[in-house]
Design a protein around this ligand. Sequence first.
Ligand code: UN1
Length: 502
Amino acid sequence: MTSSLRARAEQALRACGAADDHPAADGELIARTPLDGSVLCRLNPSNPEQVSDAIDQAHQAFSRWRTVPAPQRGVLVRRLGELLTEHKADLADLVTLEAGKVTSEALGEVQEMIDICEFAVGLSRQLYGRTMASERPGHRLMETWHPLGVVGVISAFNFPVAVWSWNTALALVCGDTVVWKPSELTPLTAIACDALLRRAARDVGAPDGVHRLVLGPGPVGEQLVDDPRVALVSATGSVRMGRTVGPRVAARFGRCLLELGGNNAAVVAPTADLDLAVRAVVFSAAGTAGQRCTSLRRLIVHASIVDTVVDRLADAYRQLRVGDPTEDGVLVGPLIREQSWAAMASALERARADGGTVVCGGERLDRAGVYVTPALVRMPAQTEVVREETFAPVLYVLGYDTLDEAIALHNDVPQGLSSAVFTLDQREAERFLAADGSDCGIANVNIGTSGAEIGGAFGGEKETGGGRESGSDSWKAYMRRATNTVNYSDQLPLAQGVKFGG
Ligand code: UN1
């Protein structure tokens, strides 16, 4: 299996025109596959000088790129979208090999890149500013959105390319240039995307420095965090990472866009369509082996139906096929690495100590790679372990009596990314979406917490970091706003009625 996995990765890289990028026989950066833990290839991490050069090149390219009209910048992103479409299967292969996603989800991740490219191309003609009514005669008051600068993108292993594309497609049409530091666990998908973007730039005559890839562990990202030439740091990862990045970027008055952990919950109300709810819950909780930041981690079920819901979920969980993500019918692939299993096992142990019952799952399969059965855990209360994000397929089930109590439990965690309510009662649904309902950046009705479309703004509150990426008006984070007052009269009236001399 090992050598065929390596050959598969090589073939996908070659197809994307990236076969000769970065490999080094004795390189210290080791690209592994979670499918069996084996080495796919060795690479050279970027040294501090190379990172600084990459920032410099992106910074220089920015001075040209910002003057290219936005619709023309869109032409580059359109070409990127075409190349991503052409190489969808190759990229999905790399996503499966490096992140362990089942084929359909890997293809979905690449589709998410194509979708955001289309969105960004449209956006390139819609970077609207407002015109306001001036209080002074013969004056025009308006705002203009200008390119911001170099955007440092730090991305995580679990969406190794989609999150990069949300940032990059928007940044490029906004007139910014990008330096990307992917997770050190998924360098190959990054190398392939970088090669495709470089080709797109060549094809449309855009400056080569619009995008730079830097590889390596944490310190490489820290260099982006601390460099004043990086105007915006967009970082996706753990709350711990965000606690370092946020204050350091703020200390130099840089801008930060943080997309950190989630501890997403769904409320299942008495009127819920249980067939639909069970399917949605299983996808959100067990899909991607619980390794999405939007994965469902807590289920808050009305006391009158909690036993039924747990039974039905347990049935569905027992039918889930765990294994090689390239095999037809397998829905749950491997965890990314050993530490993930250690975290899962320890969470289950703590849950048991708190009086929880593991209804099913929570076992490790005896094979190479970290394969686990998704765990369904009935909890007597929302204890500390339930309030933490464990990046693995563990779903805690809690009961509730009133909707107020359910919402209070729902919001009583430090994170605030995604949420859902399952109900056919409109009052309950609306209450969940209201100001005193879910406190998350994403709140859904009758669908799960994961699998958001690109058209909406993506991100969350509290320890999730507050950033918004992807659709809606998230583009504004990638631009700077100038307020312009134009006097087209021959008088000089001062605002607020101020008189100054004659
Ligand atoms: C992430 O896990 O970091 O909503 C992003 C979703 C995907 C994106 C997840 N569209 O689950």
